[in-house]
Design a protein around this ligand. Structure first.
Ligand code: ADP
Length: 588
């Protein structure tokens, strides 16, 4: 009996059955009582008549037993009732003994004798032939003047008619009950259906909601409790729908943010299984396919990390690891996430590529070391020469003068170094103001070449600037670009032997202008070539220093070129010569 409908029908039927049984029993009991009372009155009247007519007030028989026989048998006084008169010892006095085979109800006789008043027994069934007949027994005592029981009038009356009537009424009640039960069932089914139908609709709708269909409403047909429930249900579905829309929009936003983040995100559940990974995480872990589990993912990236270590973390706490994946430094932040209760649900890892920061840091350290080193060398020289001078060399002019020249040169070199450092620092901090204007590049190169020719001639080098172009105007800061040319030309002179040739040329391309300075000098090896634009990088430190180089010239040139949106690079072959190329964009 699972459904409410059948439960309601069952309740109706049980109620009707209880009502029918109780009311039927009550009716039958009332009828029975009435009928048996009636027969009691009848029997009492009959015994009164017998007592008055045949017995004196002292309880003695007035006439003969025969007279009584006449009354009983001939006058049909008692109908189908049987009359017996017993003495106080229970011996039958009337009718004569041949009729005493029947057994009277001794209990009724005993009660009448004891109580000295009439007594009627409960109906009993007596087998007569093949049928049973119902009787009641009635006994009334005849008392003497001193209230002694002399005789007992005993009547056995058939109540079969009453029994038959009661049986008929019982049948009628039974049939009525069955009819009532049937009608109840029919109406019960109908009424319970009207109650359960809206509940069924609600159940169906709830199932649909669970499957994610939240947008259709149920019609409210009544204003009763079920109607109100339907209304509340519709309201709840609408609220849920709104809430889900808001959540999914938030989720979309979050997913867009996560997938477009430059930081890698990995989320794991409490068993270490991957839930989410954004494209940046794939890039940082250098993989196209992610493994399923934490351990395998990091093992593939060459790292041995144990998930247990992180899942034991407190919620909202963070652990950091810097790890090398390939040639990149990755900073991984491990954070445990969980419910409010403090139960950990899993781990989120944020991966950040910190290679550039690391490199910058390394560069900074290297730079500081280089600066200290570059300053220490001249300072040591100055210090030792000064001490020697103070120790007495000052007195000998021919020793003192070369010493002082060394001190002077070292001071110049330090000044040059400090100036270059300051220049670089200003360029780095964007403090240098570029005064760009349209300048004839040919003039600028000619000026610079002419100035450096004197130095080249000292080494019998052949410095040539060959071009047919007379005018080539580009937007540049002439002082800064002049500085770049000076550095490149002086390098060409410095790193080329005597009698070498240095050729300068210009190429007027469609989008850009290229200036090249080609020498037949010592050249640069393949390994050193990409590094000559780094700060303090020198192929041959001693040679550079001897020539008054700081190792910062090309680094400054590169900064200046980049500030002009231009480029600078070198092509070289060791032992054969070097070409430095400058490229200026035309629309700068
Ligand atoms: P430096 O002050 O030492 O000249 P630069 O920054 O100007 O510093 O140059 C860096 C290094 O590049 C030099 O030390 C030198 O080894 C190399 N170099 C630059 N120009 C040339 C060139 N034309 N031929 C050979 N080597 C060169």
């Amino acid at each position: 009996m699972k459904s409410i409908q059948w439960r309601l029908v069952f309740i109706y039927l049980t109620l009707v059955l209880i009502v029918m049984i109780s009311s039927g029993t009550f009716i039958l009991w009332q009828i029975e009582r009435y009928e048996y009372n009636k027969i009691y009155v009848e029997l009492k009247e009959a015994t009164d008549i017998i007592q008055n007519n045949f017995f004196s007030s002292q309880g003695n028989l007035k006439s003969s037993w025969n007279d009584l026989n006449t009354l009983v048998w001939d006058g049909n006084f008692l109908g189908n009732k049987k009359l017996y008169i017993l003495d106080s010892y229970g011996n039958i006095k009337f009718p004569d003994s041949q009729m005493d085979e029947e057994r009277w109800n001794k209990r009724v006789v005993y009660e009448a004798k004891l109580n000295k008043e009439p007594s009627m027994g409960r109906p009993i069934n007596v087998l007569e032939g093949s049928t049973t007949v119902e009787y009641v027994d009635y006994a009334s005592p005849i008392l003497s003047s001193n209230s002694e029981v002399l005789y007992i009038i005993y009547i056995r009356a058939s109540t079969q008619e009453i029994a038959d009537n009661i049986a008929k009424i019982t049948n009628i009640i039974l049939i009525a009950s069955i009819g009532a039960l049937f009608i109840t069932m029919v109406f019960g089914i109908y009424f319970s259906k009207t109650l359960t139908a809206p509940i069924k609709v609600l159940t169906k709708r709830a199932k649909e909601m669970a499957e994610g269909r939240l947008d259709c409403k149920i019609e409210v047909k009544s204003n009763d409790e079920i109607g109100q429930l339907t209304g509340s249900f519709n309201h709840m579905a609408e609220e849920l729908n709104q809430m889900l829309l808001a959540i999914s929009s938030e989720k979309n936003k979050l997913e867009t943010v996560i997938s477009n983040m430059t930081d890698g995100i990995l989320a794991f559940d409490r068993k270490g299984m991957l839930i989410q990974a954004n494209p940046a995480a794939y890039t940082m872990l250098k993989t196209d396919t992610m493994e399923k589990y934490f351990y395998d993912i990091f093992k593939k990236a060459g790292l041995e990390l144990r998930f247990d270590e992180f899942i034991k973390m407190k919620p909202n706490s963070i652990k950091q690891h810097i790890m090398m994946i390939g040639d990149r430094y990755i900073n991984a932040c491990f954070a445990a996430y969980g419910r409010e209760k403090g139960e950990i649900e899993g781990i989120i890892i944020v991966l950040q590529d910190v290679t550039e920061q690391k490199e910058l840091e390394e560069m900074r350290k290297e730079f500081v070391a280089n600066v200290s080193h570059e300053l220490r060398t001249p300072l040591t020289t100055i210090k030792s020469y000064t001490e020697t001078l103070l120790d007495g060399a000052l007195e000998e002019k021919e020793v003192a003068i070369p010493f002082l020249e060394v001190i002077n040169n070292e001071t110049d070199r330090m000044t040059a170094l400090v100036q270059d450092l300051l220049e670089l620092s200003r360029l780095d901090n964007k403090q240098v103001k570029f005064n760009k204007r349209s300048i004839n590049l040919i003039h600028l190169i000619e000026d610079s070449v002419n100035k450096h020719k004197i130095h080249a001639q000292k080494k019998q080098q052949n410095m040539q600037f060959n071009t047919n172009i007379k005018k080539l105007f580009i937007n540049i800061d002439p002082d800064r670009i002049y500085q770049v040319f000076s550095n490149i030309l002086s390098n060409a002179i410095k790193y080329s032997p005597e009698k070498a040739s240095i050729n300068i040329g210009v190429l007027d391309n469609e989008d850009n202008v290229r200036v090249f300075v080609k020498d037949t000098g010592i050249g640069i090896s393949k390994e050193d070539l990409p590094r000559i634009f780094e700060r303090f990088y020198r192929v041959d430190k001693a040679r550079s220093r001897a020539m008054g180089g700081t190792g910062l010239g090309l680094a400054i040139a590169k900064e200046i070129m980049e500030n002009h949106n231009g480029k600078i690079w070198a092509e070289s072959e060791k032992g054969k010569g070097t070409t430095i190329i400058l490229e200026f964009p035309k629309n700068n």
